[in-house]
Each structure stands twice: as structure tokens, then as C-alpha cells.
Write a protein that binds this ligand. Sequence first.
Ligand SMILES: Nc1nc2c(ncn2[C@@H]2O[C@H](COP(=O)(O)OP(=O)(O)OP(=O)(O)O)[C@@H](O)[C@H]2O)c(=O)[nH]1
Ligand SMILES: [Mg+2]
Length: 301
Amino acid sequence: MTTRAGFVALIGEPNAGKSTLTNRLVGAKVSIVTHKVQTTRARIRGVALEGDAQIVLVDTPGLFRPKRTLDRAMVAAAWGGASDADIVVLLIEAHRGITAGVEAILERLQDLSNRARVALAINKIDRVKAEVLLALSEDLNSRFPFAETFMISAERGYGCDDLKRWLGDALPEGPWLYPEDQIADLPLRMIAAETTREKLTLRLHQELPYQLTVETESWEEREDGTARIDQIVYVARDGHKGIVLGHKGETIKAVSKASREELEEFLGRRVHLFLQVKVRPGWLDEAERFSEMGLNIKDGK
Ligand SMILES: Nc1nc2c(ncn2[C@@H]2O[C@H](COP(=O)(O)OP(=O)(O)OP(=O)(O)O)[C@@H](O)[C@H]2O)c(=O)[nH]1
Ligand SMILES: [Mg+2]
């Protein structure tokens, strides 16, 4: 039996649906999704199987013009993911079309060494009419020689099987890169931290989600088969602490409950989750924190 395997990088503007598509193709939630931009901060790998092919999906942070240190490292991680991949899939939001951000991405795609292997996926087709889609597809294809074009809805699943089949066929022959039952390449401690960050992001407003990070401090396997997980939510300013805690601690309680429930489902056992909020001014500029997140700050320079 010949097997195929390789890396498929999903790139696009913030909020394009890259993480939703990763989860859809893997068939399980491996990357957090929110309605806010800049949710994904590092390269997250999800593993999908298609016949004899193992597709390693590299979900990347959204591409935008970076201003802050974290921004630069995120954007660098995304382009790094694209240039290391066997295939690149560019996600465009159907209802937003060719924005200035998309134009900038198309320009930079020209410099990719693997530019022959870039496919286009127009996502969120559930939000537009068919005529709009055809015109958008033509316009995009006149700007870049995409290897293939797909019209999909990552959320509803439309077109995703076709895309997956094509990816499986297009990957090079070779042995699988991960054991058959592995669906993600991310330490459990980080998955647990990301789950809590998703619940916080969904609850908090405006800029605050960007200003916080979650770290798993300790993970203790208990004899009764449960796990005790201690996490710290770092906020950048004193004033943010109260917002994260909420009135009488209601916000953090609700976040903790939602995160614990999802972790229990993911791990298939009971979890005791303890969250602590700490102020850490300037964490947004600390190099060591980025390396814990799998980001290299030097890349961002
Ligand atoms: N209507 C619609 N919404 C979608 C679709 N795919 C994703 N979304 C929504 O778009 C939002 C962003 O999705 P994500 O998967 O987090 O986007 P992302 O590209 O990973 O975003 P960043 O990590 O911030 O770069 C979420 O609210 C999704 O539910 C789709 O096919 N249709
Ligand atoms: Mg994402």
C-alpha cells in the first residue's frame, strides 16, 4: 500500500475561518474558534486522514499588518507555516471579498517558494449568493495562479469533503508522520490553556482578550482517575483583573465551568480546574512567554 503524507498550511486574514476548517477536516476540536479576530496565536497542527493519506493541517494566526511585538511573531509564524508546507490553502471570506488585507497577502504569495501548490478556498459561502461567488473566484484567479479553487462553508461543512479529497491526492507519497490515532500535535497543557482562553475571549469584550494569556501551571493525575489542572490567567493591567473576575467572581466562575466541561469531554474523564488571575504588566513584550506559546520573537523582527 502506498501512503501519502504532508503538511497543509491554512492561511488567510484574521477571522477567515482557518481554525473552523482545521477542526472540520480533523473531525474534532483541536483549535479554538471565536467570533473575534486574532484568536489563533501560534501554529497549531491537526491531523486528518483521507484514505491512504495523512493530512497534517497547520492552522496559522491570521495575516494582517503587525504593529505590536506579539503581532509580529504571530504573522511570522503564519508565513513560516506557509513556506514549510507541501500545500498552502488561502482562505478568503466570501462576503468580504478582496480587501486591502487580501491584496497584501496575494502580493506576498508571489514570493513563496512553493507557490505552485497554493489552493484557494472561498469560505462562508452560506453568507452570499452564487453570482457573487463566481465573480469573486474569477477575480482572485486572475490575480494569482491557484492550483484549484474550492467554495466552502467550514462551519456547515459544504464543500469540505471535496477539499479534503483533493488535499489527500495532492500530498506526496511517503510514510505517515503521526500515529494513526493522533489528531493534534499540541501538548495537552497547551490545549487546556487554549480552551480556557477561548471561554474568556467569548465572554469578554473589545481589546481585553488580546491583552490576556493563559498558562497551565500544573497538571496532576490523581489516583482516582481525575486530573487537577491549575491555570493562571495573566492580564496586562490592574484594572483588567476585576473585569476578568467579574461581579462577585461570576465571570471567572462561568469561564472555569465552561472550560472544565469541555476539557472533561476532550479527555474523557473528570477534571478539577483551578483558575487564578494575576497582573503581569508587559507580558505582551516578553520573549520567554512567546517561546512557551511556540512563537519565536526573533522571527517577528
Ligand atoms: N457563516 C459562517 N461563519 C463561519 C464559517 N466558518 C467560520 N465561521 C465563523 O467565523 C468566525 C471566525 O472563525 P475562526 O475559525 O476562529 O477564524 P480564524 O481564521 O481561525 O481566525 P483567527 O485565528 O483570529 O485568525 C467564527 O465566529 C466562526 O464561527 C462559515 O463557513 N460560515
Ligand atoms: Mg484561528
